[in-house]
Design a protein. Structure first.
Length: 248
């Protein structure tokens, strides 16, 4: 899985599409959002930019609430909840593969680069961003879909599925909501990017569930070795009579 992530970002960094097309597509998205009445990126960022504390908090959510949380969650799942881990892994791999195709064929300039009067709060205020995501691994025109929002949704779903405490389930519910807000507030994604990212990972999750059912069928079809603990115990009718010949 780690190797897959490295390959994903390596390919993503090399699939930066036409700059002109990226800005044209960005304008198309802005126009569509205006027609739908959901062009609220400026409204969302306004109070964040006005408050250094809130800006720092949103930047931290964007940076530390993504890869560090993904890695920590997957380590926990692979150790304690392997079935949930496999489901999450498959959904991330499927959505990541689809995402790379979209990044390469439909480049989009994010709000921070699209001359919309929005500020790139992450790059301007948080140096840790360049540590966690080196420029060579980042395609700045890979705005659609938002896998920041989408993958955090998958992580939240996995946490809720595996959690045995209420507070951990609350973390799983809150995390994707906070990330969806953060990607818009930091001017890294449009609202439609978030919608596209969520839609993509939900479809990928359905694919992961299909793969999970296939694994279960394969396991059920495997012959069990004689005397294994999973073998069905003999029925009472087949047990030998401990007192042969005794009157009934």
């Amino acid at each position: 899985m780690v190797l897959g992530m490295v390959v994903y970002f390596g390919v993503r960094g090399q699939t930066e599409g036409s700059v002109g097309a990226a800005f044209d597509h960005a304008q198309d998205i802005v126009t569509l959002e205006q027609n739908l009445g959901i062009d609220i990126e400026g409204v969302v960022q306004g109070p964040v930019e006005a408050s250094p504390t809130l800006e720092t908090l949103v930047n931290w959510i964007y940076i530390w609430g993504h890869w560090p949380v993904i890695v920590a969650t997957m380590l926990w799942l692979v150790w304690h909840h392997r079935e949930v881990f496999l489901r999450l892994r498959d959904a991330m791999m499927l959505s990541g593969a689809a995402g790379m195709v979209i990044f390469a064929t439909y480049p989009v300039a994010p709000p921070r680069l699209a001359d919309l009067g929005l500020v790139d709060t992450v790059t301007e205020s948080s140096y840790a961003y360049r540590v966690l995501q080196p420029p060579a691994f980042v395609n700045q025109y890979a705005a659609v879909p938002s896998l920041h929002a989408g993958w955090d949704l998958l992580i939240g779903m996995a946490i809720v599925s595996a959690a045995t405490t209420t507070w951990l389930r609350m973390v799983g519910v809150a995390m994707p909501v906070l990330m969806a807000f953060a990607v818009v507030a930091t001017a890294n994604h449009y609202v439609l990017d978030v919608v596209a990212g969520i839609a993509l990972v939900l479809v990928a999750h359905l694919g992961a569930l299909a793969l999970e059912r296939r694994r279960r069928r394969i396991r059920a079809a495997r012959p069990r070795p004689p005397g294994s603990a999973s073998a069905d115990p003999p029925s009472a009718a087949s047990q030998p009579d401990p007192h042969p010949g005794a009157p009934s």
